[in-house]
Design a binder for this molecule. Structure first.
Ligand code: FE2
Length: 195
C-alpha cells in the first residue's frame, strides 16, 4: 500500500472521526449518571474509571483531527445516542439498589463498548490504508482500552453481579418456607397431643 488517497476518502474518514468524537463526548455526559445509578461499588468504580479513560479518548481524537489538518467537530452519532437512551431506560425501569439494575447496566455498557470496538477497529484499518502510522497507532491505543473495558465488564458480571441478580429476592421466599415448617411442627404437636 503506497498510502495515496483521494480528498473524498479523507473527507469520509474525517466525517467518521466527527461521528465517534460526538459519541465519546456524549458518553462522558452519560457515564456519571450510570455510575450514580449502579448498585455495586465495583461497578460504580468501573464507570468512574471509564469516564477518565473516555476523557483521554476525546483528547486522542482531537490529536487525530490535528494529524489530518482538520478541525475537531462533533457530528451527532445516532447509534451512541440510542445506546445511551437504552442505558437510561434500564435505570428508569429497574429498582434502585438492586443487582438486576447492575446486570442491565453492564449489558448496556457492553453494547456501547462493542459499538466502539467496531468503530475503532474500522478506523484503524482505514488509517493503515492511508499509510498513516501515527494515526493508526493513536486509534489503536483507544481500541485496546475499549477491549479492556469490555473484558472488565465481563469479569464483573461473572464475578458476582449476575449470580447476585439471579437469586435476588429469594431469601423472602425461603423465610416463607420456614413459616410453613413452623406450621407443620405446630400441627405435629397437636396430633401428638391428641394421641
Ligand atoms: Fe470510548
Amino acid at each position: 500500500m503506497d498510502g495515496s488517497y483521494s480528498p473524498e476518502f479523507k473527507d469520509f474518514f474525517v466525517d467518521e472521526l466527527k461521528d465517534i468524537y460526538w459519541a465519546e463526548k456524549h458518553l462522558t455526559k452519560a457515564l456519571p449518571k450510570m455510575q450514580k445509578a449502579a448498585t455495586s461499588e465495583e461497578l460504580r468504580n468501573a464507570f468512574a474509571d471509564h469516564l477518565a479513560v473516555t476523557q483521554t479518548q476525546v483528547t486522542r481524537l482531537e490529536q487525530a483531527f490535528e494529524l489530518l489538518g482538520a478541525r475537531p467537530v462533533a457530528k451527532k452519532c445516532d447509534a451512541m445516542a440510542g445506546l445511551v437512551e437504552e442505558a437510561n431506560g434500564i435505570i428508569d425501569e429497574s429498582e434502585k439498589g438492586t443487582s438486576i439494575r447492575d446486570v442491565g447496566l453492564v449489558l448496556a455498557a457492553q453494547k456501547v463498548e462493542h459499538y466502539e470496538i467496531a468503530t475503532y477497529g474500522g478506523l484503524v484499518t482505514l488509517a493503515k490504508t492511508m499509510g498513516n502510522d501515527e494515526l493508526s497507532s493513536l486509534l489503536e491505543e483507544t481500541l485496546a482500552e475499549e477491549k479492556e473495558t469490555d473484558e472488565l465488564l465481563t469479569s464483573l458480571a461473572e464475578g458476582g453481579i449476575n449470580s447476585a441478580a439471579a437469586t435476588e429476592g429469594m431469601e423472602q421466599e425461603e423465610e416463607g418456607e420456614e413459616t410453613e415448617e413452623e406450621f407443620d411442627s405446630i400441627n405435629l404437636k397437636k396430633k401428638t397431643a391428641k394421641k
